[in-house]
Write a protein that binds this ligand. Structure first.
Ligand code: DGT
Ligand code: MG
Length: 389
């Protein structure tokens, strides 16, 4: 007879989109370690290795109990040799030498700091690292050429490093709702990303905006951003235009991870008194009333001012694509990746945030809800709170 734990392990499905992954789980002592190796592989431009570690971590997140021995892992999918070695060492010695030396390495720490700047990707960070640059301050000191996005990233670095709380996300939601309804009554706004999955903090706040009358959403983004600018609520924004055309982009492009909605990468100015009156000191509340926040971003001292900068992503979707956009913007990133892999490898379909294309039938499968998309894909519906793969 098999010990109790084996039955859950044997039933563990191999695609993350077939499993329920809660936000809080029992194995963060292992998943954090594996995710450091995944992150490091990303910094070294090794996507395959990175995904392998992330898939291994994700399987452990779905387990109903803490892993105590290698026996517990016997029947689990997605655990490669390397991940197993790391897990074994942590179970036996309390930590993994490879993980600890990665965590301590200069390259890992510098890449983390530099890619942590809004507008800086792995490639740019890696070039700067090889040129001897170590921190956002070094970029300013050495007079690096920065684009507008990176300038904002450096300028608001300290604020943007601080996690955004759910309370702050709720205040931003109210601001976005006000802006959208001022320029297009009847539009619908949905909080996306990590907060839709139940996270208590995030690195940004993501919103999806649509209107039940198809076509009404066209040209909406500039109106929203103009309204926000007039109210003095925007510190930075860059809008990219919607460039999705079904005929041209259709199946070939549908599986690509970047979507083509009208999208605004922005930085909001959030009054601290609004969201964090519980946690902020009386002194910072006073700063607001004495108008010290109007000193302007160039002299922004996060601790002293009455406001903070928050990264906000706005996406506008036509109503007919709203279900796909909702599914695509809820995450987690690994869950999304696994959905697309499942669609392609198991169903001969391509899924994007715009559409689902069935290559066998040569047609687009319509959907009004996320539930319908899971059904098209032959998957059991997984609610957002269990997509924390
Ligand atoms: P966070 O913000 O770090 O707390 O965590 P998330 O899960 O909110 O991650 P985030 O904000 O980077 O992205 C939210 C979700 O939106 C993510 O799970 C996948 C999706 N997403 C992000 N960027 C793109 C994109 O360019 N295209 C598509 N289709 N989806 C994206
Ligand atoms: Mg997010």
């Amino acid at each position: 007879p098999k010990p109790n734990g084996d039955s859950t392990a044997m039933l563990m499905k191999s695609y993350a989109c077939q499993r329920r992954t809660p936000l809080k789980h029992h194995n963060s002592f292992l998943t954090e370690a594996l995710e450091i190796l995944a992150q490091n592989a990303e910094y070294n431009d090794n996507e395959g290795r990175s995904v392998a570690f992330r898939r291994a971590a994700s399987v452990l997140k779905a387990l109903p109990r803490r892993v105590r021995s290698m026996q517990d892992l016997r029947w689990l999918p997605c655990l490669g040799d390397h991940s197993q070695r790391v897990i074994k060492e942590i179970l036996e010695d309390g930590s993994s030498r490879e993980v600890e030396s990665t965590r301590q390495s200069e390259q890992y720490q510098v890449m983390k700091a530099l890619t942590g700047i809004f507008g800086v990707g792995v490639r740019t960070a890696d070039r700067w690292f090889r040129e001897g640059l170590r921190s956002p301050d070094d970029l300013i000191r050495t007079g690096q050429q920065l684009n507008r996005e990176q300038q904002a990233g450096v300028q608001y670095y300290d604020d943007l490093q601080k996690p955004v709380t759910k309370a702050e996300a709720d205040v931003i939601s109210d601001m976005v709702e006000k802006a959208v309804h001022a320029v297009l009554p009847g539009a619908e706004i949905q909080l996306m990303g990590g907060f839709r999955r139940g996270k208590e903090v995030g690195h940004d706040v993501d919103f999806l905006i649509t209107h039940p009358e198809e076509g009404k959403e066209e040209g909406l983004m500039p109106k929203i951003t103009n309204w926000l600018k007039e109210q003095g609520l925007l510190l930075y924004q860059k809008t990219t235009r919607n460039s999705y055309l079904e005929k041209m982009d259709g199946p070939a492009r549908a599986s690509s991870n970047m979507d083509r909605f009208e999208r605004c990468f922005s930085i909001f100015k959030l009054q601290k008194s609004a969201a964090s009156c519980k946690s902020s000191s009386a002194a910072s509340a006073e700063d607001v009333s004495t108008g010290r926040e109007s000193e302007g971003p160039a002299e922004h001292h996060p601790e002293a001012s009455g406001w903070r900068a928050v990264r906000v992503d706005l996406v506008v979707s036509p109503y007919s694509q709203f279900a796909f956009a909702t599914l695509g913007w809820t995450g987690s990133k690994l869950f999304e990746r696994e959905l697309r892999r499942w669609a392609g490898q198991e169903k001969h379909m391509s899924l994007s945030s715009h559409a689902l294309y069935d290559s066998k039938q040569n047609l687009y499968l319509r959907a009004k809800t996320e539930e319908e998309i899971f059904a098209h894909l032959g998957l059991e519906f997984i609610p957002p709170s269990e997509r924390n793969a």
